[in-house]
Design a protein around this ligand. Structure first.
Ligand SMILES: [Mg+2]
Length: 270
């Protein structure tokens, strides 16, 4: 009996040793291609701090609006981006993670067509306050114009005010919002401020494909406008900042994208 037990133990030890010496290439872990958005998706969906940041942005927007209205501006308006500013699309990114599928316009349009985006924390109260004070809301978004009907329906179901056709300026040809902002100004509106999660929601100079060091230096230069002319919402999921990490080249392999992300990280040597 003792001998049998000893032989079994020897067998286990031998198996363990064999596993330990298995060449690296055979045990290589395959990282799912969408693993990199897990934390950002969790931050949007799970962090009380994410909600707090959104409330902070919209509380600031409300107080700036009240202050601006004291001067009785003519036709006061607020321009808001939609995605990750008014509408929470994190379930779409959850779908990417759980199915290991990359972003594609086709699946994004499927998500938009469902009209099931949630409201960003704090936005509904802000929109209702603006509406009650006679402020016109313009939703200037790079959602494609083909998504207008489901987007309007989505926002109407969320009880958001001024969710009618005339208030939407979606993307028809270019992502640059300059012309759409100009059209609103030409109607005689006084734009109190802009709300967005991407610097291009504020001014088009941010849409130029510049490296992140340059983009950050530009923000430093315009720091006084942040929280004044531009109210910023947090978005760790995507944005021009991530496109800049990839050097604005969308046609790369997953491993090349991974390398670009690593290369962009500053790390201490220990
Ligand atoms: Mg956005």
């Amino acid at each position: 009996m003792k001998r049998i037990i000893l032989m079994m133990l020897a067998g286990i030890v031998l198996t363990s040793c064999q596993q330990a010496v298995t060449p690296k290439s055979e045990t290589k872990t395959v990282v799912p291609s969408q693993e990199y958005i897990v934390n950002a998706t969790l931050f949007s969906q799970q962090a009380a701090e994410y909600r707090a940041l959104c409330y902070q942005a919209y509380n600031l927007a409300a107080s700036k609006m009240m202050k601006a209205l004291e001067t009785n501006p003519s036709k006061p308006a607020v321009l808001l981006d939609l995605d990750e500013t008014v509408l929470d699309n994190s379930p779409y990114f959850g779908w990417q993670v759980k199915n290991d599928k990359p972003f594609t316009p086709a699946t994004w349009n499927q998500w938009v067509a469902k009209g099931e985006a949630h409201a960003i924390p704090g936005v509904s109260d802000f929109l209702h306050l603006a509406d009650s004070l006679g402020v016109t809301l313009f939703y200037v978004s790079n959602r494609d114009t083909s998504g207008l009907m489901p987007t309007m329906k989505n926002m109407q179901e969320l009880g958001m005010p001024q969710a009618e056709k005339d208030h939407y300026y979606l993307k028809s040809t270019t992502s640059d919002k300059t012309e759409r902002r100009q059209d609103i100004l030409e109607m005689g509106y006084t734009i109190l401020f802009y709300v967005g999660d991407n610097m291009g929601d504020y001014q088009s100079m941010w849409d130029a494909p510049a490296p992140n060091d340059k983009r950050k230096a530009m923000v430093d230069e315009h720091r006084a406008e942040m929280g004044n002319q531009f109210i910023v919402l947090p978005n760790a999921l995507y944005g021009t900042w991530l496109a800049a990490v990839y050097k604005f080249d969308r046609n790369q392999s997953d491993s090349a994208f991974y390398q670009e992300r690593l290369d962009a990280i500053t790390a201490v040597e220990l």
